[in-house]
Write a protein that binds this ligand. Structure first.
Ligand SMILES: [Zn+2]
Length: 244
């Protein structure tokens, strides 16, 4: 949805289009498969991992829904999603691998980078058919199926790569939300600005040519001549001549 500059409502609700959401959703589906295969169903770990994966998906969509009214809430929920995946789920996958005496692939190792490349696409383009009896990750859309067949070390590391990718995307998302908040403010701030502008127009006060806020009559120190100065001064230094 393109932002409407006249409305204080902010664009929102596009979570279905977010790559972070697609990755988190695939992580959730594959975590269910992984836990059913490798983790004792009656253990707390089983529950904990599925919950953390679910919390990732849910908080991304709720955060996106909150974006219309509160940028702060959007950031908070996106951060919760990231924490569930990065601080909880990734740790669970690591301890699974370590407890089984399996290798945890270093983040920038060859197999890890190759796995990440695959996961950037729903279906990795130009893949040759898998050799007989071999399991190949075909892309993000094939993650759950891969995890249902691969040996535990491969499956665990593939999950770790996918979880790290989702956390990375969420980290960037929070950063851009926070930039947007600093530049454009949240709903409440915008509503306030919209009201001030409406009142100013009624009273014949011009709006700042730089930032659009109402202006105030000011007097230049030296010449005592009058001019319009931005009400947001010193943050904004917009001025206008007073028309006679
Ligand atoms: Zn201004």
């Amino acid at each position: 949805m393109p932002p409407d500059s006249d409305s204080p409502l902010m664009p929102h609700g596009g979570y279905e289009n977010l790559r972070s959401y697609a990755v988190a959703e695939a992580v959730y589906d594959a975590t269910v498969v992984f836990c059913d295969r490798f983790i004792d169903k009656t253990s707390r770990t089983h529950d904990q991992m599925v919950q953390a994966a679910r919390s990732g998906v849910r908080n991304i969509s709720e955060g996106s829904g909150a974006a219309a009214t509160s940028k702060k809430m959007e950031m908070k929920l996106t951060n919760v999603a990231r924490a569930s995946l990065n601080d909880e789920l990734a740790k669970d996958y690591k301890s699974f691998l370590m407890q089984q005496g399996l290798r945890v692939w270093p983040k920038n190792s060859k197999p890890c980078l190759a796995m990440r490349e695959r996961l950037k696409h729903d279906i990795f383009p130009g893949l040759p058919p898998a050799p007989k009896g071999k399991i190949v990750l075909t892309g993000l859309a094939g993650l759950a199926e891969f995890v249902s067949k691969a040996d535990p070390e491969l499956a665990g590391n593939a999950m770790l790569c996918a979880v790290n990718q989702a956390s990375y995307l969420l980290k960037r998302q929070v950063q851009s939300q926070s930039r947007d908040f600093q530049e454009n403010g949240g709903f409440t701030e915008r509503l306030h600005a919209t009201r001030l502008q409406a009142r100013a127009q009624q009273q014949g006060v011009p709006l700042c040519p730089v930032c659009g806020q109402p202006m105030r009559r000011r007097t230049a120190g030296k010449t005592s001549s009058q001019f319009w100065g931005c009400s947001a001064y010193p943050n904004c230094k917009g001025t206008r001549d007073i028309e006679p």
